[in-house]
Design a protein. Structure first.
Length: 136
């Protein structure tokens, strides 16, 4: 995957027109990853808990996982704030003095998003009412 990222960067530097032409391929890959990652993580968690024979131990593992999540999220937040304050990204760029535009309301989509949807296909069962809106 790292080689693909490097190859994409090289293609973008050498031939920007090809880079723009390959954008739909990259967007489709990102959509596929979003569809796969959610169910994969859920199944991993459920199977991990199901294979634990001792219920109090499962609770303890869950508590430790929650603690690690909170600790690492806090560290990442502090690190991001420190780096942003030290490096000052965007400093020196010209500011636009245009008045803010009013955003148009998005219309509700009908569930068709091209060859790759934004939601997991398993969420839509035959016979159910069609989904009314998809969130990004």
């Amino acid at each position: 995957m790292l080689l693909a990222i490097i190859a994409g960067g090289i293609v973008g530097i050498i031939d920007p027109a090809t880079d723009v032409a390959l954008k739909p391929l990259g967007d489709g890959f990102i959509k596929l990853m979003r569809v796969v990652v959610g169910p994969l993580v859920s199944c991993t968690i459920v199977l991990g808990i199901a294979h634990m024979r001792d219920l109090p131990r499962a609770g303890w593992v869950g508590l430790k996982s929650l603690g690690y999540f909170e600790l690492l999220s806090t560290i990442a937040l502090i690190l991001g704030i420190v780096v942003a304050n030290v490096l000052r990204p965007g400093q020196g760029l010209p500011r636009r003095r245009e008045p803010p535009r009013r955003r148009r309301r998005r219309r509700v989509r009908d569930g068709r998003h091209g060859p790759v949807g934004r939601r997991c296909p398993a969420e839509h069962h035959p016979g159910d009412a069609p989904p009314r809106a998809h969130f990004r």
